[in-house]
Design a protein around this ligand. Sequence first.
Ligand code: ADP
Ligand code: MG
Length: 703
Amino acid sequence: MGAKSTESVPEYFGCLVFDDRVMKANLSAKVYQSLKKTIDEGAKLDIGVANAVASAMRDWAVAHGATHYTHWFQPLTGITAEKHDSFISPSPDGGVIMEFSGKELIKGEPDASSFPSGGLRATFEARGYTAWDPTSYAFIKGKTLCIPTAFCSYGGEALDKKTPLLRSMQALNKQALRILKLFGNENVKCVRTSVGPEQEYFLITKEMYDQRPDLRFTGRTLFGTKPPKGQEMDDHYFGVIKPRVAAYMEELNEELWKLGILAKTEHNEVAPAQHELAPIYATTNIATDHNQLTMEIMQKVAAKHGLVCLLHEKPFAGVNGSGKHNNWSISTDTGVNLLSPGETPYENAQFLLFLCAVIKAVDDYQDLLRLAVATAGNDHRLGANEAPPAVVSIFLGDELNAVLEAIENDTPYKGTEVTQMKLGVNVLPKFNKDTTDRNRTSPFAFTGNKFEFRMLGSSNSIACTNIMLNSAVAESLKIYADRLEGAEDFETALHEMIKKTIKDHKRIIFNGNGYDDSWIKEATEKRGLLNYRTTADCMPHLLDQKNVDMLTSHKVFTLAEMKSRVDIMLENYCKTVVIEANTMIEMAKTQIAPAIEGYAAELAKTAAAKKAVDASIACAYEKGLVKKLSDLADSIAVKADELEKAVIALADCEDIIKESEAIRDTVLTKMAELRLPCDEAEKVTSKKYWPYPTYGDLLFGVR
Ligand code: ADP
Ligand code: MG
């Protein structure tokens, strides 16, 4: 079903979603109330209600042209997965009826043996099961009703990203409610985190994409020299959007709006051909589903426009990569944003406690935040000279920083008339959003009433980040609640605890320029902050005892699940790089070297022809260039062989950790070495011979 151009946005917004409006209209009051209770409060759903919901869902979906349904889930690698079943069921008269039961809605059993499980599910026991997540609305994609689900093994272990995400939200809810109770907020029933992910991407033409094996096989260019014009003029950022891109964005918005996704902002980014899309924030698990869907639809709509949407973190060397900003906040079902400074002294004390919980969480679990965003692709941004660095730090802004300093030292805060910041007594100054939002280099920035975590790669699922963030903050809150619940004098205990947090964790606060080399030195040498440059460096630390203790105590992961995730993520890292290495070898040997040879042969022929005309012509140009090309070709042959050997040697690694280290230390190094002579050759080889569209073609090709 397509939106008719005559329809206004409010008319077609969410038309493909089985949302609250549809539920209200199509379910009996009793069924609706019961389902609402499940959605809002996590109440158990009985099969009678499930049957009624399933039947209403089927009628609605069939009326919208759907013939199939699928349990839609998020496996550990890849964007999303689905297996389609049709609604049809034979009727006694030889025809069919469209059927869909409550049982089919609640639970599915995909044959999922080929999804990564990291050893959790023996292959002979191929089946896992999917379980409906009623808090995320079902929707129609093409002719299929998609039911958002969690994906588990028969032993109950999570095989997906949604299950631990939901568990982490529960953990944070539980601990935050304890804290709120201490502050006298008795009527809050539920605390949730919200996320607004800002998504960056590149658009290039399909025609050029097809000509580059590196883009087709790996999503990024493995060769290519800088174009004469890059991003140095800063003329693309927020610049006028080109007509073809505008048409793409228009259709993308329409498709997203039909799915109830609140796509809100779109603009050009820093690099040529780079753009950004941001939705209005939503509850974390819904925001996660929506971001996965957004990435999928971005690629689909691009194909319709003869374009390719690149979600890779670093499609072009020397040009800004693509990230994703995870804007995150905590709020109550009564509508209070707990990361927003309040109006009264009491609200402010509560705000400062939640703020401290985040500061403590980020410092204690820097490693978890880093590894939540670790992929081979994102290593090109975080480990390199690009924003943000691999070192996690928090930006608070000068004002808030001054408040914390005043509390820590019991000194007057200059912004107030009072002599001391006494919690629960003094009103905090109003923070100016402009001063909190200015620092664009910080990995984790306070932006007035939310935190913006900027280390995510453009292709990352936001689930992993939010699992770690929610859990780590739940842990801080738990420690606070344990202490405060037993305190004789609440206010004194609160004050002391906030002071202690600031003292113990101020090393993670950094308000300067995160791109500076001197910062990395200070962070690692003076402050003892972690600097895991690659996936191979950080991923094994998931299993550090403190991380296992924290995540298992909040029941976010079991130890077996954590082990399987390390295996899967490292395997994914290794496979990604091996595919890149093999693609490089093939391109170098079968296309780049022959192109160089072809051009050299033409030059030699030209020189010979000139000599035949006049033997005294020096042919210095041809001679010099033939020599240069010939040397480069030799070097390419040597480097390609070395890379090949490095890949073959991986077979000797005894385990996945050793293999990932070999990838980091030898394969990636050899890849960089092979790239050098190839890029050098591109600079001096006639365009007529060069087998690929150049960076200039790719980056400035969409008009
Ligand atoms: P910008 O970063 O361009 O200044 P904003 O900071 O206003 O824009 O918004 C960026 C993203 O943050 C958007 O997706 C927005 O919906 C989201 N956002 C705004 N407020 C919150 C909040 N309280 N919690 C979570 N996300 C939020
Ligand atoms: Mg922002």
